[in-house]
Write a protein that binds this ligand. Structure first.
Ligand SMILES: [Zn+2]
Length: 170
């Protein structure tokens, strides 16, 4: 897994990523870049113009604002008190469009990762990116046929070696 930075450099990068004015999608991009991942931005030919497109991993990442994309059950997503119908309709349209875009991508063999704005707060950021990294690498292994399960041969039952009994602590 690529991580070319020293702990000090990494710390410096993290502190920059957590600076308050950084847009959510920039946080994600900076983190990926720092870890050695390379990507393309907002590729127009890709449905929904994902914030990050990683061909090598056949993965599109969308960094979604909780309000505009209607993050269900999220603190950051509460309907404005006025013009409720207007906002509701608008957000519903966004949601539907999102789902359509995700579907087209998935049907074409792409993995879609949605990262919500609320998952990028300083307290949750590292954990979120750790999950993203797992999904990326899992997909990379899957598309390169490196995920294999090992089946035991049928004919010869595997001898189970009896381990000598030992007392705890020996
Ligand atoms: Zn949210």
């Amino acid at each position: 897994m690529p991580d070319p930075l020293t702990p000090e450099q990494r710390h410096y990068c993290m502190s920059r990523i957590h600076s308050r004015n950084t847009k959510p999608e920039l946080k994600v991009r900076q983190w990926l870049w720092m870890r050695g991942y390379r990507y393309r931005l907002n590729v127009r030919s890709v449905p929904g113009k994902p914030d990050v497109v990683m061909r090598r991993y056949r993965t599109a990442i969308f960094v979604n604002g909780c309000f505009w994309h209607g993050h269900d059950g999220c603190d950051k997503f509460s309907m404005p008190k006025s013009n409720v119908e207007f906002w509701q309709a608008k957000i519903n349209r966004n949601r539907e469009r999102d789902q359509q875009n995700y579907q087209i991508l998935q049907q074409n063999g792409w993995q879609v990762i949605v990262v919500w704005e609320c998952q990028l707060t300083p307290a949750r950021f590292e954990h979120t990116m750790w999950e993203v990294e797992i999904l990326l690498n899992r997909n990379f292994l899957a598309i390169n046929n490196k995920l294999r399960t090992y089946a035991l041969p049928d004919e010869e039952p595997m001898p189970i070696a009896a381990e000598p009994e030992t007392k705890y602590g020996e």
